[in-house]
Each structure stands twice: as structure tokens, then as C-alpha cells.
Design a protein around this ligand. Sequence first.
Ligand code: FAD
Length: 495
Amino acid sequence: MKADVTIIGGGVIGTVIARELSRYNLNIILLEKEDDVAMGTSKGNLGIIHAGYNADFNTLKGWLNIKSNSMFDKLCQDLKVPFKRIGSLVIGFSEKDLKKLKELKENGEKNNLKNLEIVTGDKLFKLEPNLNHKAKYALYAPSAGIISPYKFTIALADNSVVNGVKVLLETEAIDLKCENDQVVSVLTNKGIINTRIVINAAGLYAGEVAKAAGYNFRINPLKGEYQLFDKKWGSLVNHVLFPIPTKLSKGIVISPSVHGNLLIGPNCYPVKKKDDLATTETGMDEIYTEAKKLISHLPDQDTVTSFSGLRATIEGREDFIIEASKKIKGFINVAGIKSPGLSAAPAIAEMVLSILKEVASKIFPKLELNYQDNFVETLNELPRLADYLNKIEEWQEIIEKDSDYGEIICRCENISKGEIIEAVQQPVPARSLDAIKRRTRAGMGRCQGGFCSPRVLRILSEELKIPFLKVTKKGLGSEILKTMTKDMVEKGDKI
Ligand SMILES: Cc1cc2nc3c(=O)[nH]c(=O)nc-3n(C[C@H](O)[C@H](O)[C@H](O)COP(=O)(O)OP(=O)(O)OC[C@H]3O[C@@H](n4cnc5c(N)ncnc54)[C@H](O)[C@@H]3O)c2cc1C
């Protein structure tokens, strides 16, 4: 295979870059080692689009976050991704906390954030009626927002494919081949890709990928665990609530999720393995205890699930690395993208585009980068039963056109069969139970897939034309059934 640009990694960073570059006449391949995009840190995070008062504006983290924040409204509208600009509050309880809040405000203002405000008393409790009554002050940042990070990543990937990017799943970059200090190809588990430019967006594994280009940095995983509460608690808070940040992290947050659940977390501690995503009892206790300091009446039941994510922290460095290699021509590193990487993603893509233009002009003077007039900016809105619960006659019209929209597959989240089939037919098709879950929310409700999983498994088998026993939870090696179920045997299903 041949490409002008090969992007390694299908997280939010790889996909946002792919979409930005797909505006130009480039032959682009994106490699993702898992069976879907958004399988790394981009699915295990809090989904906050930070306002940007935290980081130093002189760092990449700082200015790319600020630059990106205002880009989310149009981007999410174009890509049909739910995004809510609900604002955030950093809560203070003492004079010492107030001093810190003032410092954060000053830092934000230096970063050109104009609408920050320290709120107290009635105004604070009007904004957040369920707040611990001992709270005294808060830094209010109305421009903070919440998003579904995996839906955003999937939509970026889908839109890239619509604009000509080839997304190769279950394709792992194993090595790079360079000649005369110039990238010439990427060796993958599925063959060789001859390429002019490689962009390293491999998240936790960016250090391993960069080694092949002569870099020597190490990425250590820092775990963050979460607890997700049932939707009936989603309106317990109106904003993203932060405690006073520490040097290590922004602290344990309470936030509504964009889908209406309540989310608490993450904690922050180092782990040895880059695939250690286990949640722990100690971790759950820690985040619950800390979150309760902000909202005393936090529910002690109704947890729907817990999950975790790993921050890609470069040893000995606080900031992102976004640069063209000085040693190997054609190699661009986008590494160490920990928080606020999601918030900074759109501006990171613009920065990579300008680096790429410079790299290309130096090494391939004949490569003319032209804007594609036929670039498709938007994705189509797909029908979602959950959005039609108050307009059931309109949903009836959809069913009349396609009866699959009349068959309920997930009762907790109101997902129809038509929506599951649609997920399999998207530009980056869902091929596993978890991929269906991320696109449609089937299995994300209270019963966590108890009712819908067998039904989704059947639809996947039919749509992908694969035997039941080959349907996976999340790619090869995670096959769900070892043998046919009693129900399948009774129905006379064949393997
Ligand atoms: C606990 C936690 C909370 C966070 N909360 C927020 C938040 O609220 N707001 C915010 O802005 N940021 C937040 N972040 C940070 C944000 O999640 C990350 O900055 C962002 O997801 C990084 O995206 P990425 O694409 O670089 O990495 P990933 O999403 O990890 O993507 C890298 C991809 O590369 C693939 N890959 C790796 N090696 C190879 C290879 N050799 N070949 C092919 N594919 C490969 C991986 O499978 C993976 O899919 C949080 C992070 C954590 C851990």
C-alpha cells in the first residue's frame, strides 16, 4: 500500500489530525491496532472541554486548550456530536482556597479568558443548589463544556473516511523503515505501507513508535478511575465541579455526563502496565470520599458502572511534544497528549497541519498541498429513538419507512434495531459489541447489556455475515460465546 501520510493511532488525536489533513489532496492512511477507533485513553476520560485557566499559556497544553475551546460548537454541530457548554466551578472552602482561585483567575485572564468570575454566597448556591453548604467561593468559567469523547473520536474518523482517509483497523505499526534519514515505509502486522510522512499519535505507545525514529522518551501510565451513576442523578449538579487543583491533577470532579448520567472521578496514581484498566475498591472509595466533599448528598447506590483511563505521561516532561523530528525527515511526533488533550485536539490538528506543510515543502518540493473544494464538512444526523420519545408520531413515520426502527433492542436506553444496523453501516463500521455500545449506547443503561447483548450479538452476526461464535466483545480474542446457547439451539440457529 502507498500513502502520502500515515497516521499511527486512532484516538482523538489521530482522528482529529486525519480529518484536518483530509481537507487537502493527500493520500492518507490511519492505522489503529485495535478493532475500532477510540479504544485507548480517548474512551476512558472525563469528557470535559476545559475553559483553559489552569495551564500556563506558554506551554503547548495551555495555548492549544484556549485556542480549541471556541472551536467545539461548530465542530460538534457539523459532526452531530452532543456537546453542552455547561460551565465549570472550582470550589473553595477557605481563605487559602480563595487565594488559589484568584491565582487561577489571573492565569486565565493572562490567557485571554475574559468571562471568569469568583462567585460567593447566594449566587454560588443559585448556580449549584446541592453544593456542600460549607463551600464559600468558586471560580466560575462559563466556557467549559462536556462532550462524549468516544462519540467525538468516532465522528472525526467517520468524517475523515467520507473525505478519503483509509482507516485500517486491527493494523499495528511495528517498525519504521528509513533511508538516508528519511521515512520510507511503515511495517505493520498486515504488510508494508510505503509512505512519505509518518505522524505518531500512538498515545501511551508513542514512545515505542518514536524509538524507531531515534527518539528516546518514555511514557508512563497514570491511572484515573471513575464511577458513573444512573441518569436519575444526572441533574444533581448543573456544572462541572472541581476541587482546588493539586500539582499532580485537577482533582476529583463531579459532572453530569453529556448523556445525562452523573460522573465522579478521576483519581491519579501510577501503574506499571499500559493495559491495566482494572478499577479497584480503594480507588472507588477514594473518589467517592473526595466527591462527597463537594456534594454531601451524593447517592450511595445507583452506580451503573465504573471504568478507568490511563494518562500518557512523558517521564521528566510536563508538556505535549508536537514537532517534526530533526533527525528523521518526514517523522512528526504528537506525543504525551495527556489532559487537556481532548480539549486541545482541534488546535493540535491545525498545528500539525502547519508542521506538515513545512516538512512537505522542505523534503518534497514537488508535493503541492491543495485544498479539496469537495471537502465534506458535515455528517448526516442519524435517527435516534431516544430523541423522539416526545414526538412518537414522527418516529412512527420512520418505522413506516423501515420497520427495523420499530423493534426495541436496548430497553434501558431506548435503542431500536435500525440504529444498531446503522452503526454497522457507518464509514468506520462497528464490528463488536463494545463498538455498537459506543455508537448507539445499547448496553450502557442500568442493566449494562443484560437484555440487549444477545440481541445485538445476533444482529452483528447477521449484518457482518459471520457465525455467532465469531462475534466479539472488542476484537479478536474476545469472542463472546464458546458454544451455542440453549435459546439458539431451540430456535434452530446454525453455527
Ligand atoms: C483519567 C483521564 C481523564 C481525562 N480527562 C480529560 C478531560 O476531561 N478533558 C481533556 O481535555 N482531556 C482529558 N484527558 C486527556 C485525554 O483523554 C487525552 O489527552 C486524549 O484522549 C489523548 O488522545 P490520544 O489520541 O493521544 O491517545 P489514545 O486515545 O490513547 O489513542 C492512541 C491510539 O493509538 C493506538 N496505537 C498505539 N500504538 C499503536 C501502533 N503501534 N499501531 C497502531 N495503533 C496504535 C491505540 O490503540 C490508541 O487507540 C483525560 C485523560 C485521562 C486518562
